[in-house]
Ligand binder design. Structure first.
Ligand SMILES: Nc1nc2c(ncn2[C@@H]2O[C@H](COP(=O)(O)OP(=O)(O)OP(=O)(O)O)[C@@H](O)[C@H]2O)c(=O)[nH]1
Ligand SMILES: [Mg+2]
Length: 694
């Protein structure tokens, strides 16, 4: 049975970490009768926090979906994580809904991630409602929270509820439109007159609500100014239109764990939030016509669907969560993934209630569902009709900012690790990994340290590979600043067949990035032709291993300008050894130095602490290359040695109270100051000695 498109509501629940999103989703499902008991985050019994990591840590890590039917409507709810490291999931979740419920804590008010998700919702032009949750907590304050909303978020934010009672005495709210109170005792709601304690506030805020409703329409505003009031029906109509178009952001009261506010939120979702039909067409690329196009919410149109989340589990396999934009996506159909040029067989398709799948025959436009075991499809991809391919804009994810080196706990696990990481990257596009041939380390990058730690736990739990995390080794390089020349001679002529090689080498610096050049400057056969490649090989091997600190040597020209040989004892090996010995000696005479990688760093920070950020950059040997204040946030660009950035994440967090972010990329190599180089050389020697003992 297909669902009427106009009766579908897709809602994303977003907000800062721990404000009660998952609890609110649970309360909403319970109020709608979709679950028979109210699960709790603290018991690990909610519908949408079902992953073992989520249950263990009592936080949401993945976006998950649930649905309920209410007053003849089918509501899909996307519960997103609020912790900063996982906030990219919230953005992906908001891509596939028509409206956002932004949850804020009644004690803390607007927080860092509240601002972020607010921006995401703005980016996708979603109408929003704000739920002020945890009004039963000590030191909670609805009006103070309201003030922080007004100050820190853009939009016409107006309450539609006024709370009744405070902190542990919080027991319900007055609806400013109907001017009736809903009071709760023992989880049961009763309708009541406005309690005397709330009367004054109700009067004051209803006035503001009427004003906001009137402002959505010029004629209505004129009428309001003339008559000083609006009829309830008129006001409600204007309010609904205003909310659905995003012109008004209503604020509701809630205490999710007590079930307060969930019914009112359901009513708002059904009456005020738009359906996929209201949203209309979405843009993308018509791959046949090879030009921009659009697809509407038409059940008969060719299928297009967007994958917004991938979950993978060694037992169930891969789950692909998608939203249908056009057409009817049927079970057992075959679709095209145009981005990967792959055909995907859909098999079963289902609705998803947390972790529980309910198979359906088909999913129409506006529906959200899941398919199993798709082969190549990843998060952000489009699935579309083969004959009429259409690609929706990809979902973009932030670049990882933090790197760790991974070390297997048991030998021979390298292949297993790479496989596990490849699987995890399918699920989580913000995890990257690569092998660094310079430091010979497998590196894992993520959004923050918690994110990387979680990834490692996932590897262990799901793929049974245990690794430890180390700060990555800095890929230093060695080179010379001066010129020098000298002899390298290898002679062993006692008993049996001897060894004889003799080389004279000159070492000179090259420009940065110049690499390596070998020059054969031998005249008159001082070193026979056939041994020249041996000399070059000896030089190259020696440079690869490093000479004074164990890092590869670069940007150096080596000239072989003289030598001697022995008719019988000279060999390829003897010349390799002679060259290597010679180079080690000459290199040390040519003013050797260490080079270090320098990164381009871009920091986004609240403007008021930009000065601290710059000061800190200076103490990290950074050079500020630009600073752009743009209102409340500033962007600081700097060039900083990689070695100074290993611990940046936590410093930035404490300097900005968690409101800053940064990204960085490799820029170039520069000389390490002598006082630091000395220590690096010493450490390298100790490490080498340790390795030799083992
Ligand atoms: N007192 C009180 N506690 C609440 C309320 N809502 C949620 N909590 C508690 O707040 C904590 C966090 O709740 P969650 O529902 O996990 O919050 P969340 O926003 O989903 O958290 P993340 O998904 O990790 O960002 C849990 O201990 C809840 O029991 C509420 O209305 N009142
Ligand atoms: Mg949650």
């Amino acid at each position: 049975m297909a669902i009427e498109i106009g009766k579908i509501r897709n809602v994303g629940v977003v907000g800062h970490g721990g404000v009660g999103k998952t609890s609110l989703v649970e309360a909403v499902l319970f109020a709608a009768g979709a679950v028979t008991r109210l699960g709790k985050v603290d018991d690990g019994s909610t519908t949408t926090d079902f992953d073992p990591d989520e249950i263990k840590r009592k936080i949401s890590i993945n976006t998950s979906i649930a649905y309920c039917d209410f007053k003849g409507h089918h509501i899909n709810i996307v519960d997103t994580p609020g912790y900063g490291d996982f906030i990219a999931d919230a953005r992906a979740g908001l891509r596939v809904v028509e409206a956002a419920v932004v949850v804020v804590d009644a004690v803390a008010g607007v927080q860092v991630q509240t601002e972020k998700v607010w921006k995401f919702a703005g980016e996708f032009e979603l109408p929003r409602a704000i739920v002020v949750n945890r009004l039963d907590r000590e030191r909670s304050d609805f009006f103070r929270t309201l003030e922080s909303l007004g100050r820190r978020l853009k939009g016409r934010i107006v309450p539609v509820h006024i709370p009744v009672g405070e902190e542990s005495g919080f027991r319900g709210f007055v609806d400013l439109v109907t001017q009736r109170a809903t009071l709760y005792s023992d989880g049961k709601a009763t309708d009541a007159d406005i309690p005397a304690e709330a009367a004054e506030r109700v009067k004051e805020w209803r006035e503001k609500l009427v004003e906001a409703a009137a402002e959505t329409d010029d004629d209505l505003l004129a009428k309001y100014l003339e008559e000083g009031s609006l009829a309830e029906a008129e006001m409600l109509k204007a309010l609904r239109a205003g909310i659905s178009q995003g012109k008004i952001v209503p604020v509701l009261c809630a205490a999710a764990t007590k079930g307060i506010g969930s019914q009112a939120l359901l009513d708002l979702i059904v009456h005020e939030f738009p359906s996929p039909l209201d949203r209309g067409e979405v843009g993308g690329t018509d791959l046949k016509a090879k030009q921009a196009g659009a697809r509407g919410p038409d059940a008969k149109a060719p299928v297009s669907a967007l994958v917004f989340k991938t979950l993978s589990d060694p037992h169930i396999g891969k789950l692909t969560l998608f939203r249908v934009y056009s057409g009817t996506l049927r079970a057992d159909s075959t679709l095209l993934n145009p981005g990967r040029g792959a055909k995907e067989r859909m098999g079963h398709v289902s609705w998803l209630q947390g972790k529980t799948q309910k198979n359906v025959e088909a999913l129409g436009p506006g529906e959200i569902g899941v398919a199993q075991k798709l082969k190549e499809t990843q998060t952000g991809d489009t699935l579309t009709d083969e004959a009429h391919p259409f690609e929706l804009p990809k979902i973009t994810f932030p670049e990882p900012a933090i790197n760790f080196a991974i070390q297997p706990k048991s030998r021979g696990d390298e292949d297993k690790i790479s496989l596990a990481l490849a699987r995890i990257a399918e699920e989580d596009p913000t995890v990257h990994h690569h092998f660094d041939p310079e430091t010979k380390q497998l590196l894992i990058s993520g959004v923050g340290s918690l994110h990387v730690e979680m990834t490692v736990e996932r590897m262990k739990r799901k793929y049974n590979v245990d690794v430890s995390l180390l700060p990555p080794r800095i890929p230093y390089k060695e080179t010379v600043k001066g010129r020098a020349e000298g002899q390298g001679k290898y002679k062993k002529q006692t008993g049996g067949r001897g060894q004889y090689g003799d080389t004279w080498l000159r070492v000179e610096p090259m420009t940065r990035g110049g690499g390596f050049e070998f020059v054969d400057d031998i005249f008159g056969g001082a070193v026979p032709r056939n041994f020249i490649p041996s000399v070059e090989k000896g030089v190259r091997d020696c440079m690869k291993k490093g000479i004074f600190a164990g890092y590869p040597v670069v940007d150096m020209k080596v000239t072989l300008y003289d030598g001697s040989y022995h008719d019988v004892d000279s060999s390829d090996m003897a010349f390799q050894i002679a060259a290597s010995m010679g180079l080690q000696k000459v290199f040390m005479d040519a003013h050797p130095i260490l080079l270090e990688p320098v990164m381009n760093v871009e920091v986004t920070t609240p403007a008021e602490v930009a000065g601290d950020i710059i000061g800190d950059m200076n103490s990290r040997r950074g050079r500020i290359v630009g600073m752009e204040p743009s209102g409340e946030t500033a962007v600081v660009r700097a060039s900083v040695p990689m070695a100074e950035m290993l611990t940046y994440e936590s410093s930035l967090r404490s300097m900005t109270g968690g409101r800053g972010g940064y990204s960085m990329e490799f820029s170039h190599y520069e000389e390490v100051p002598a006082f630091l180089a000395e220590k690096i050389v010493k450490d390298a020697k100790t490490e080498k000695e340790k390795a030799e003992k083992h």
